[in-house]
Design a protein around this ligand. Structure first.
Ligand code: GLN
Length: 462
């Protein structure tokens, strides 16, 4: 187990000339060369680009931008100008975008070194990484296990120490699950905090873009770089949340989240987290969100409905290969989505799901307002990482992996997922803190309180 560098340590080292940006790239590329074949993390390594940027930075000798000298790897769903972007699907195997996503541009304008594009479930459909048309990614903590999905490479790349930071997309857990299964910190931001321009759309009312890193400070730095309006995504607003320094926090424990079906090691671990917080004078209250139990059903109606529309553009004419290349999961979702939207079934499925979604939103908003809680604590997933192949032939049990993720996406609220230990089999454990819309700052503060108290140190598998 290694202690990898943080953004600050990297930049301090560069400024003090302990190492150069080129040497950093050498080190990450050495890790990629050693392990990528086996773990299937990168779909494209941008070695030349990384060296060109590193040389340029070394030549200038200044590392003053927020991400100067920081290597970044992107989920292969972010468009990158002149670099192949596949969304994990063979249909886009040879697609080369003519422009970059806003978040990519912002990260690179902030001085980051792009090192490559990461494997993911095709079109971000999945929770395990096994739906990629380029083969499953393995979990560096134990290669018999899945690394979480759909941003599978975005999690594994950091626990394999092949990059300093990464980005992913979260429509229902796809940033938080891989972070949770790889001992990482991640943020699913408020819907409308970060532009999705140039990100291949999955389900547009749920999709969010966010960072994965090894510390809360690093996730915060990246979030501050990528957030805000760009004029290309009409859902984005420049809203500042409460940035005051609170002396006392209150966290709600939704009773519906701690029920049968939750793995006992996860439950015990979250109880320990709560005890740590109590030592820090954080108050806990029992809260109830009765309609969240329908969250996963609602998600698996609204999401395929939106997927069936968004995937309509992959008609085999404008984008690369033939329609036959859409995988089983994409086909399943297009059929489900078309069905729930079809005349005769619209009212009983889509419309009903939309009404239940509104109910969930109002219950969650009420809890933040009436119970005056700063955050809700919850598991990220019902179990620790599971074995490769364990759920692949059982879509329903795979979909249940997302049961704790759905609330944040349906409500558009932010969620910070944090590492909090290991199972007895040495697999990562974590939890999530969800807050009101645009409360990212308070979630970071709350997260730091916990990590400070346990003297948290980032760790990589090798
Ligand atoms: N796991 C969920 C799904 O399969 C969510 C994926 C995501 O967040 N992109 O739909």
């Amino acid at each position: 187990m290694n202690t990898p560098l943080t953004i600050k340590e990297t930049q301090d080292g560069l400024k003090q000339k302990k190492f150069s940006a080129v040497e950093l790239v050498d080190a990450y590329l050495a890790q990629i060369k050693k392990y990528n074949k086996e773990y299937n993390i990168f779909l494209t390594v941008t070695e030349d680009l990384a060296y060109a940027k590193a040389k340029e930075l070394d030549k200038i000798g200044k590392f003053d931008e927020p991400l100067s000298g920081v290597t970044i790897a992107y989920k292969d769903i972010f468009l990158t100008k002149d670099i192949r972007t596949t969304a994990g699907s063979k249909i886009l195997e040879s697609y080369v975008p003519v422009y970059s996503a806003t978040s990519v541009k912002k990260i690179e304008n902030a001085g980051a070194i792009p090192i490559g594009k990461l494997n993911c479930d095709a079109f971000a459909h999945g929770s395990s990484g096994e739906n990629s048309d380029f083969g499953a990614t393995l979990n560096p903590w134990d290669k018999d296990y899945i690394p979480g999905g759909s941003s599978s490479g975005s999690g594994a790349v950091l626990s394999a120490n092949m990059s300093l930071i990464s980005t992913g997309t979260d429509t229902c857990g796809s940033i938080r699950l891989p972070a949770n299964y790889n001992y990482l910190v991640s943020l699913k931001p408020t819907y409308g905090a970060v532009s999705r321009y140039g990100v291949i759309a999955m389900a547009s009312s749920l999709d969010t873009v966010g960072p994965l890193a090894r510390t809360i400070e690093d996730v915060e730095t990246i979030f501050n770089v990528i957030k805000g309006e760009d004029g290309f995504d009409g859902t984005v607003v420049n809203k500042k949340g409460d940035e005051s320094k609170k002396s006392k926090f209150k966290i709600g424990i939704p009773r519906e989240f701690f029920i049968e079906g939750l793995d006992s090691e996860i439950e015990k671990n979250i109880q320990e987290v709560i005890n740590v917080y109590k030592k820090e004078n954080v108050e806990f209250v029992d809260v109830s969100l009765p309609s969240t139990k329908y969250g996963i059903s609602v998600y698996y109606i609204i999401q395929p409905a939106e997927v069936s529309s968004n995937l309509g553009r992959f008609d085999g004419i404008r984008y690369g290969n033939d329609r036959d290349f859409l995988g089983e999961e994409a086909k399943r979702r297009i059929m489900l989505g078309s069905y729930v939207l079809s005349a005769g079934f619209y009212d009983s499925y889509y419309d009903k799901a939309m009404r239940v979604r509104s109910k969930i939103i109002s219950e969650v908003d009420q809890v933040f307002m009436k119970d005056e809680v700063d955050a809700l604590i919850a598991p990220v997933a019902p179990t620790p990482p599971f074995k490769l192949g364990e759920k692949i032939n059982d879509p329903l049990s795979m979909y249940l992996t997302d049961v704790y993720a759905a609330t944040a996406n349906l409500c558009g609220i932010p969620s910070l997922a944090l590492p909090s230990g290991f199972t007895k089999n040495n697999l990562p454990l974590g939890f999530q803190l969800m807050g009101p819309r645009f409360s990212e700052h308070q979630l970071f503060e709350l997260g730091k309180l916990y990590h400070k108290e346990i003297d948290y140190k980032p760790k990589t598998a090798f």
